[in-house]
Design a protein around this ligand. Sequence first.
Ligand code: NAD
Length: 333
Amino acid sequence: MKVLITGGAGFIGSHLAEAHLEKGDEVYVIDDLSTGSLENIKELQENKDYRARFFFSQDSILNHEKMLELVGICNRVYHLAAAVGVLYVLEHPFGSIRTNIQGTEKVLELCNKFKKRVLITSSSEVYGKHVHAPLAETDNIIYGPSSKFRWSYAASKLMDEFMALAYHRTNGLKVVITRLFNTVGPRQTGAYGMVIPRLVGQALMGQPLTVYGDGKQTRTFTYVKDVVKALIGLIENPEAMGEVFNVGGTEEISIEALAKKIIAMTGSSSKIEYVPYEVAFGKDFEDMQRRVPDIQKIKAYIGFQPKTDLDGILKSVLAFGPKRPTGSTGKTG
Ligand SMILES: NC(=O)c1ccc[n+]([C@@H]2O[C@H](COP(=O)([O-])OP(=O)(O)OC[C@H]3O[C@@H](n4cnc5c(N)ncnc54)[C@H](O)[C@@H]3O)[C@@H](O)[C@H]2O)c1
């Protein structure tokens, strides 16, 4: 099988590419390296069992001709390319909306043209500022005002979902939508604010672990290889087409408790430094207090159950070590 992964030189995309290469598939990646890196796919390009089946294009998903060629030759399309994370979107407001909306429209338009099965990666961010848990796919969505720019990431991902569902309903496009909750593992960088690599990097370097607000906000974390298994299971399940799925773990932890756990696991002498949200992110920010997925639906469709717990996830990140600068600020999850 021939598989196209947009954003395949990114964190999750590179693990997905590896899983398909392990299965014996041909893997095509398009990535503009805006937040991804060649380092993430170096092993895939050099490994003697993979290199003849791995094809990388450094290009944007907004390049129509390139995307026409790639979607045309592949049997499955995973759409992961996006301006990722609240911090990145706050720093690149216009380009992020363009990538996330026009880019996804391009992917859907071409998958519809060639009748290719496609998976879209949305985000737990789309739920907005709920305080209840767990969050089910049918829950209402609650956003702050448009003056709080942090909601543009959530809104752009939600618009992607609407476009995908519209293609499914009107054209019968085989598309599945995944709402990923915090995904963690080796190769993830803290440079764009992802909380675990950032805190681990700070602990290993003996710097203060910066926790935003009072640290009582909670998150769940899912190991990247569990997520990859879920993505492959969903795109191959005909019943999943036209459906939206939460993909995430259910072990809820506060960011303060997470920071303490990381200090204990690393044996670091670092202390926790509490930083007000306004100082870290400016006035356009508001946080989500809890983010825990209801995973009944994905369990029912593909028997999904995350295998790696938080301790296992942290061990894998520690074994990998901080690979790039951890960034001076960051979102809480
Ligand atoms: N990591 C998480 O916890 C998480 C949570 C929710 C949703 N997601 C979604 O999963 C997907 C993958 O995220 P990730 O964590 O691997 O982030 P990532 O930043 O590592 O991956 C995104 C990739 O897309 C590429 N890209 C961006 N704009 C592009 C463009 N115009 N053309 C081509 N490539 C482009 C980047 O260079 C990067 O390699 C994203 O859609 C993200 O929104 C991730």
